[in-house]
Ligand binder design. Sequence first.
Ligand code: PMP
Ligand code: GLN
Length: 384
Amino acid sequence: LTTRLRPFTSTIFAEITELARRTGAVNLGQGFPDTDGPAGMLRVAQDAIGRGVNQYPPGAGEPDLRATIAEHRRDRYGIEHDPEGEVLVTVGATEALTAAMLALVEPGDEVLLVEPYYDSYPVAVAMAGGVRRTAALRQGPDHRFELDLDSLRAAVGPRTRALVLNSPHNPTGTVFTDAELAAIAEVCREHDVIAITDEVYEHLLYDGREHHPLAALPGMAERTLSISSVGKSFSATGWKIGWVCGPAELVAAVRAAKQFLTFVGGAPFQPAVAHALRHERPWVEELRTDLQRKRDHLAAGLADAGFDVLASEGTYFICTDVRPLGFDDGAEFCRALPERVGVAAIPVQVFCDDPAGTRHLVRFAFCKRDEVLDEAVQRLRKLR
Ligand code: PMP
Ligand code: GLN
């Protein structure tokens, strides 16, 4: 294994999911739902297979899917993309992110991440030979994580090529405020930085919050690659259909890398995703209401079991402080938890270069059936 990949041999999700499997634990670690997406969408995929949509799709993605992605961005956010050249279909958001790094980052270029960061970002930076710098989200007085603007300004410099923004944010559940987005946009404009936005949770915001894409801010459309995917919005994390939208020049660069990573992917799923984006908005609204209820339900159960529960404004996740239960290291806690009480969760510190501020935090996924959440809480009560 190369030195650049040696720090990343196993993902925390694989490790904890394997541990959960071995011990029969209730898995609130890896974020995936345990119910299916909209029936209409599933039917379109099945029909597509039956109709023989089983060979390589066009390199940029099915034209109808690209048109639907552009429509969706226009209708939801007022952002215009030409489906010819400004929209590229990828194998999940993960490929879009990695291809963007490979396409845009020269060896030695710096890429700014916000920590805690999603686990694939530092690896994508390393694959491209880039150097990561981090700005920090810190736990504020009201239990919400907020962007430390000083750390953002300190991390940006003349070699900064790109910045990755994930809002709603995994693992904290934070939705960046308009003020935080404005500060990020200002840094990008001032230092001529490309923004790569990971918007896979764009529809999973709670308590009436609305998603505001960074690309909609002044001066950002021409420097932003906006990435999303089907997995979270339509409960189909295994389909791995993603997309990236942005200025033609940047999207062409991503496409140059993407074509030699996977070439294309997921032919029969592409018409199904187009169907979902076009017709399943009411289904997504129901999902959002349901997930908000599940968040509140799990939060109450966790608080009752003795955790200090932090605010979650979006995503599948809620973070907790394990110190009131007498533990101070979330990683040790999570590695012992499946054996000890039969529940799996994810430590937050593994998503940080400087784990000091998040050592005591543990992430739980609430995108599960109520009886699964109840069983987990029942088991966690034994920690007391
Ligand atoms: N970004 C974030 C923040 C995620 O949580 C995930 C995981 N589901 C991904 C990207 C990966 O998305 P996809 O499955 O579409 O590759
Ligand atoms: N996005 C999921 C999570 O954060 C995991 C995806 C994966 O296993 N790579 O839990």
